[in-house]
Design a protein around this ligand. Structure first.
Ligand SMILES: *Cc1c(COP(=O)(O)O)cnc(C)c1O
Length: 403
């Protein structure tokens, strides 16, 4: 069986994790701090805090930014549930918008129509690792009429004076926009290091902050670290220093600090990330070559003008199929011992959001992308022979199901 996205665990990872286990310090410590520094350097952003998941990062950020009851955050209807859940869990309102026609990302025109005086943030999602239209989003939120209706209700919101762009970059670590790495493009960028993502720490995430220079990023780093640890004024490591046991709790915070065990995996992953992306790119190109002359295939967009993906997900779509045929294709491909996936089930077809009143008919482009989509396996350890097996399984299944 060819699996969909197994983690790359080899002797190097095992050695680094073992070293942490033997060191006597397994929670947040020097390795986490080093991982944060390396992410900041790699992304070219101003500061980074590592945490236990994307979900923890984004929920903490929205809360820290002063977003809550009655506030609106705009996001695409086509994403993982986490994007909407963090908004709901801080008491704010997820305002879902449709996708643009050409790729799997949110439509800037749809965002324009969704902005109200209650809009505090926009959460673009770089689906599959392909960056959203950030230039267009920043132009939009800086238009005079939109600046005028912005109603800040926290000091940070006042200081920024406009809608915050907090991107869901769970897929796009390493992707490029205008020659800049994702992380240094939006105001805030949240990454996921979950086991299936391009870089993993088993579970993990990070928030990269890249606000205008008028913000004190060193102070922000300290404040966010305290927020990841119950609002406690000293972390576990500094409390172990002689005579340093006493602490204060300045606010009821979260608990989501990354451990050095996770950071040790992340450091290995990051040090060899370019070769990981290079291999993924080769696999993307092989899939393109294999399917580009097939009349039934719609190939994904992943490198255009100023954008380049980090080659996270290869989203193949099928012309003139029904949702039932797509589901049958998935079954047929699985029957060839190849695991595939669908990215994503649009939020409005899921019970939790349907119950809140979201309707699929309001997001026709999200539906168009979903009902005929299958995501193929892409990962460093997937060898050429396995890629050929995947291609053969897809072609065989198409003959069987579509004819
Ligand atoms: C994986 C994922 C998340 C959640 O990441 P966690 O680290 O599991 O919290 C959020 N958004 C998208 C688009 C994802 O794919």
């Amino acid at each position: 069986m060819i699996s969909f996205s197994p983690p790359r665990i080899d002797q190097r990872v095992i050695d680094e994790v073992t070293a942490v286990l033997k060191s006597g310090w397994i929670t947040t410590g020097s390795r986490t701090k080093e991982f944060e520094k390396k992410i900041t350097e790699y992304c070219g952003c101003k500061t980074t805090v590592a945490v236990t998941s994307w979900t923890a990062a984004m929920e903490l950020i929205l809360h820290w930014w002063g977003i809550g009851e009655g506030d609106e955050v705009i996001l695409p209807a086509y994403t993982y549930c986490a994007s909407a859940n963090v908004i709901l869990n801080i008491g704010a309102i997820p305002v879902m918008v449709d996708l643009n026609n050409e790729d799997f990302n949110l439509s800037v025109e749809a965002v324009r129509k969704a902005i109200t005086p209650r809009t505090k943030a926009i959460m673009p999602v770089d689906i599959a690792g392909y960056p959203c239209d950030y230039d267009e989003l920043f132009s939009l939120i800086n238009e005079e009429s939109i600046l005028k209706q912005f109603t800040p209700n926290s000091d940070f919101q006042k200081q920024l004076g406009r809608i915050l762009i907090a991107s869901d970059s769970a897929h796009s670590f390493g992707a490029l926009y205008n020659g800049k790495r994702i992380g240094s493009v939006a105001d805030i960028t949240c990454f996921s290091f979950h086991a299936v993502k391009n870089i993993t720490t088993a579970e993990g995430g990070a928030m990269s902050v890249n606000l205008p220079d008028s913000f004190d990023h060193e102070a922000i780093y300290k404040e966010l670290c305290i927020k990841t640890l119950h609002g406690q004024s000293k972390d576990a490591l500094s409390k172990t220093l002689k005579g340093n046991w006493k602490y204060d709790v300045t606010e009821p915070g979260y608990k989501c600090n990354m451990t050095d065990i996770s950071a040790a995996i992340g450091l290995v992953e990051l040090s060899r990330y370019q070769e990981n992306m290079d291999r993924r790119k080769i696999i993307f190109n092989k899939y393109d070559e294999a399917f580009k002359n097939e009349s039934w295939a719609i190939l994904p967009l992943y490198k255009t003008g100023k954008k380049e993906t980090c080659y996270h997900l290869y989203q193949l779509r099928f012309k003139d199929v029904s949702e039932e045929q797509r589901d049958a294709l998935i079954q047929a491909i699985f029957d060839c011992e190849v695991a595939v996936n669908v990215h994503f089930l649009p939020l409005p077809i899921l019970t939790a959001y349907m119950n809140l009143g979201y309707k699929m008919v309001d997001y026709p482009e999200a539906w168009n992308k979903y009902y005929n989509e299958i995501t193929l396996p892409v990962y460093f350890d997937l060898n050429d022979e396995q890629v050929d097996t995947v291609v053969a399984a897809v072609k065989k299944s198409v003959k069987l199901i579509i004819g």
